[in-house]
Write a protein that binds this ligand. Structure first.
Ligand SMILES: [Zn+2]
Length: 198
């Protein structure tokens, strides 16, 4: 049985740290499986290790099938039934980038909030290791490229709104001030509870 982790919220310092390179792969397959299950539960497209409190350079993401039929099933439909492919990327490095795109992004650590103006590279090549440490290369374009850049940013302590042009970022922070303050409070309370448990 997979373990479902608590997704860390904006305000948790683990989200702002540069994560460490994975060198010991013994626990990575289990961790990646739990992260995928956590991502499905949270109805996400990607999840990086710092988002579950682990400062390690690894993220998971999924490509989903989307058809009208699936949309009719509504919000309650289990995302697992729509998976086309899942990916586990350990120690990822973008080795090629090309073109530009601007799109909508949200984040499981900043739930319910979005920005429609996040600039990203259109195409990326990412070199990484799979959950067993085997070297791999993946080339992505469009939305998949956005997901990879968003998740890789998490490994460097960067959140999507920080990619916004200066004025849009200030506007976004202003528009979402109350929600962000609430997440910070929740993050603080969670860490206190965690500490109390030892
Ligand atoms: Zn995110």
């Amino acid at each position: 049985m997979a373990e479902i982790y608590t997704v860390r919220l904006f305000g948790d310092p683990v989200l702002r740290k540069r994560a460490l390179k994975v060198t010991d792969f013994s626990e990575i397959p289990r961790l990646a499986e739990n992260m995928l299950e956590t991502m499905f539960e949270a109805r996400g497209v990607g999840l990086a290790a710092p988002q579950v409190g682990l400062s390690q350079r690894l993220f998971v993401w999924a490509e989903y099938l989307d058809s009208e039929e699936d949309e009719e099933e509504g919000e309650d439909a289990d995302l697992r039934t729509r998976v086309r492919e899942t990916h586990v990327m350990v120690n990822p490095v973008i080795t090629f980038r090309e073109g530009q795109q601007v799109g909508t992004e949200g984040c499981l650590s900043i739930p319910g909030l979005y920005s429609e103006n996040v600039p990203r590279d259109l195409r990326v090549r990412v070199e990484y290791q799979d959950e067993r440490g085997e070297p791999k290369v993946y080339e992505a374009e469009g939305y998949s490229a956005v997901v990879i850049q968003h998740e890789l940013d998490h490994l460097d302590g960067v959140l999507y709104f920080e990619r916004l042009p200066k004025e849009l970022k200030a506007q976004w922070l202003e528009d979402n001030r109350e929600d962000l303050a609430r997440f910070q409070k929740q993050a603080k309370a969670f860490l206190k509870e965690l500490k109390a448990k030892g």
